[in-house]
Design a protein around this ligand. Sequence first.
Ligand SMILES: Cc1ncc(COP(=O)(O)O)c(C=O)c1O
Length: 369
Amino acid sequence: MRLTRAEISLSNLKFNYLSIRKAVKNKPVLAVVKADAYGHGLIEVVAALEKLENKKPPYYGVALLEEAIELRKAKITSSPILVFAPLKIDEVDFYQKHKIIPTITSLYEITKLNNVNFKKKFNVHINIDTGMGRVGIPSKNAVKLILELLKNRMIQIDGIYTHFATSDEKNKSFAIIQLNRFNEIIDVLREKKISFGNIHAANSGAILDLPESHFDMVRAGISMYGYYPSNETSESIKLKPVMSLISEVATISEVPKNTSVSYGREYKTKSDTKIISVPIGYADGINRGLTNKMFCIIKNKKHPQVGTITMDRIMFDIGNAPVKIGDKVILLGNSKSENINAVDWCGILKTIPYEITCGISKRVLRKYN
Ligand SMILES: Cc1ncc(COP(=O)(O)O)c(C=O)c1O
């Protein structure tokens, strides 16, 4: 059996979640578990958080109705689940049946909802686009459209939120513009005595560095999985990466100087050496852009990856290190004194840790500990 696996530390996950909760002064933390909990495994991550009893998340946040239904089918029945995607009117029955909360993002949805004959109250959250430019009711029309939405007396606004475009940047000026736009809407709604439930705005960047955006609840994604959203945020909350990526030494070849390795002969050995192959490749989420740039750790020593990354296998030049077939290979994770994490790959691939953890494909077995 192939030993390649992503080890998911549920204790690090709980440590991060509880650290975030403490940092926001025990305000409720919506756990963002979309995209299979950023690649960590939706059901297992939620099951672990549910065990936190009176400290467990008050809501789970997903991108798709299907992800919410998956949670309900896994017997996560009592916790509210918020879907960030715009509501599709033909899905209203699913939302009601499974007690899932949709997001309302536009006049289009509001107009459709006006004509629905609900038998019981329909809980929704409203997303206000204060500058993200993705989805959401434009802040200029927000109050007018909320009044329009409430024409259907069966609609209950359980929450109102916005999403920051730049909270992970050092310069917070645009995040503050967004925050001001959001606050103005809240003020008008209060003046008009319109009830709107929980106010929430902060993603990880704002959790770390914009306390005035914490409102009634924050929404933690990447920080819960142990990474800062960028290298421009503070590290005011200590976080521990949750995912390690582990494989094994499959083959060892002794080769002379000037031997080419892998497709395209992109690497030639500099001296007589040993080349090992490890059963993981781009089909598992090891981006080809890491070719000749990444490292692994074997027995607490780092070794350079060499030759083009292939679909199922990558090679390392280990010199004459005392390595045996079957030895553990750490691609992401810690040994006694060495460490490789997603941020190292981000530097090479010009990406963000989100894409790295989400990109570890389904073929890689998740092992929970
Ligand atoms: C609406 C919404 N809220 C919160 C988050 C969590 O963001 P982060 O992972 O930066 O904490 C996301 C993720 O992109 C999101 O789409």
